[in-house]
Structure formats: C-alpha cells, structure tokens
Write a protein that binds this ligand. Sequence first.
Ligand code: GLU
Ligand code: MG
Length: 428
Amino acid sequence: MNAAVPTVFTATCDLAAQFRGRAVPASREEALLRGGTGWVPADLAITCFGPIADNVFGSTGDLRLMPDPATRVDIPADGDIPGTRLYLADQTLPDGTPWQCCPRRFLASAVEEFGAELGVTVIAAFEHEFTLAGIPSVPSFSFEKYRSAEPFGTDLVTLLEQAGFAPETWLPEYGDAQYEITLSPVEARVAADRAVLLRELVRDLARRRGLRACFAPLPNLEGSGNGVHIHLSFYDADGNPALHDPSRPGGLSELGTGFSAGILRHAPALTAVTAASPVSFLRLTPHRWSAGGAFLAERNREAMLRICPGTGPDAGARLNLEYRAADATANPWLALGVLLRAGLEGIRRGYPEPVVWPESATESDLVVVPPLPKTQEEALNELERDEVVGGFLAPDLLHTYLSVKRAELNTLAGLDDAERCRRMADVH
Ligand code: GLU
Ligand code: MG
C-alpha cells in the first residue's frame, strides 16, 4: 500500500462521456484488481445532466467494474489535497464475461477485428482543445497566453509525462482562453484510454489551480469551438506504413482510400456518436476549421477527413488521416470504434473511391460535398436509419445510446442556441 495514494478510483467513461466509478482504500487494491467492484447496468443510461434516461435494464442486474492494471495513473498529493490512483475498467457480468454494452470492450473488439482482417496495427492520437475559465483574454498563440496558464500548463505537462502519456504539444490556441494538448501517437486502444483519462486529469488539475477546464464543443455561441481531432495511421506486420502510396491521389494508399470511403459513406450516422451533444452540430459548420462537410482533402482544416502529410526523410511513414468531426462530448472508445468499423466496411464492401480534394480546392469547388447533419436530432435519426453503423452496436447499447442522447436533447428543448451552449458548458 502506498501511503501517498490512500485511495484507488476505478471508473468507466459512459455514453454521456462522463467518467464515473468508485473508490476503495488502497489496502483493498489487490482484491480490486482480482475481483473488481460492483456496478449497475442502468448506470449506462445516466444523462450528462444527471437523470437516468429510459432504458431496458431497469432496477435489476449486476455488473463488475474490472480495472485494467495497464491503465494505472497516479495523481500525486498536492498541498492539502490527497493523491489518488486511477484505473480504467471494463464492465463485465458478475462471472467475469464481457458485458455486450461496455464501450471499452466495443473498441477492443473493433481493433481486434480490424487488425485480424487487414493485417495492420492501428495507431491513433487524440488532440484535445479546451477553454480555461479564469484566464485573461490575451492574444492567441502568444507567449503571454502560454504564461497566463501557469502554473497549470507546466503542472499538466509534468503530470502527463509522469503518467507516461508522452505529451507532444501544449499550446495557447486560437479561441479566447482556449488551449490544446496533444499526445504522441500510440496503439489505438491505449490512445482512447488516454483520451478518457486526459480529460479528467485536466479537469482535476484545473480545479486544484482555481481554474475550470471546459471541453464543451462550443462553450460560447460566438466563440471558437473545442474540437477533438483523431489522427489515425496503420502499419503492416513488418512495421511499414500502410496509409501511404505516393502514386495515388493525396499520397493515400488504396487501403486508406477504402477506409475513408467507409467513413464518408456513413458520415451522418457516425457524427451521432462522435459529435454527441445538442450543440456539437453548431460547431460542425463551415468557417470554424472543424468539419464543414463530409469530404476527404489534402491539408484542408474544413474537411471531415484531412490527409496530414508527413515531413522530413520519413514523410511517408508520418502521413496520417485526421478525423475532425469529433468533440469531447463523445465517448472516445465508441468514437474510435465506430470509425474503425465504418472504415473496415468501406474496404470490405469496396465502396467507390471518394474524391481526394486537393489543397487548392476552393470554397466554390466544395459546394458539391455532402453536408453533415445540421442537428443532433438529424444525426440520431441517421444512426437509427443506418443499419450498418447501428449494427456495429449491440441492440441494448444502441437503444440506450439513442435514449440517453434524446433525453439530453429534450432537456434543452425550447432553449435558444446560446443557452444550450451554456448548459452543455456546465456539464462538460
Ligand atoms: N477549434 C477547431 C475545431 O473546433 C480546430 C482548430 C485547429 O485546426 O486546431 O475543431
Ligand atoms: Mg487545434
């Protein structure tokens, strides 16, 4: 038992993208790792605002939160605030078998199937933007803005390094009081685990420094959006990059183009999972550098899928695909899982190759690209209608997801956009 870390918190990330779990004393850590801790199926239906949405589980049933030892992160004691240890958990049935509605399990099986069928390893990196309430309004990208977030910024980078998360960049972003933290690319499941943990580490540290971190997609209707950009690259069994082919449009391999075709074909339903709040679709509009339409383009920051070229002598190895239509109201395991499954469908079914829009494409060229859903309601209807994407999720998981998201929408019904943004900023 580690006296500096007197408690251990085991948690999952749910459909409302909330991090929920239970603490045990450190003296019970071994028992926890062996047998997990109790959990309730209907917890999956808790909305971001608190109440439980309609669900098939009711008041019965039992689950276990089974911590994965590989996800351990220590938050050191800080002044009067004790340290704690975090674990991410899989949700299992009491006998230890996986629960079909567990979001973490959903990603694990998507990664397994993707790898087994295509013979590639998926590497991912999540970029998170967030705003820090309590920071003065100073110029974007400036040294002053970077320093204005001290000591939070340096403490965050240090904490992430200690946790082994390999932070890459900590930057004073464009929006008012907006910052961005990027982590190095890593195996897909680990990347999504780190995305779940990163948000909590940021929020927890901000609270301790008298700030409030807000990951809502549009904290303020007039301001900049907070995106979560998901970078993907694939490597074959010999460790060679599988996304790059200099002879093809955009330098994107046949595999990468087929993958993109799957994502673009199913874009409307996918956004229901990756842009998971009533205000997410206010961010997904042109001129916000988020994703202004369902298209694939070289270097274009308005594309849903951006081809990010590598630089330097191993440029090919560094080419990656960036999915820009996600935000932090999405569960990272579900978001990455549906992207991999949709991409796999594109390859399997041989969907027609999408246009690779060159960097030179103008706004008037791009008027022909399919738009993204304009509202969450539209996206959820698309998810319900799209049997391919809906079919990725176990029936109870799909039912609960739609129910939670529609309950969240109903909570904000009748409010204007500015108030909806404020309400989401309160809970994210
Ligand atoms: N803030 C933008 C978004 O909502 C992204 C800006 C950037 O390219 O980093 O996605
Ligand atoms: Mg950014």
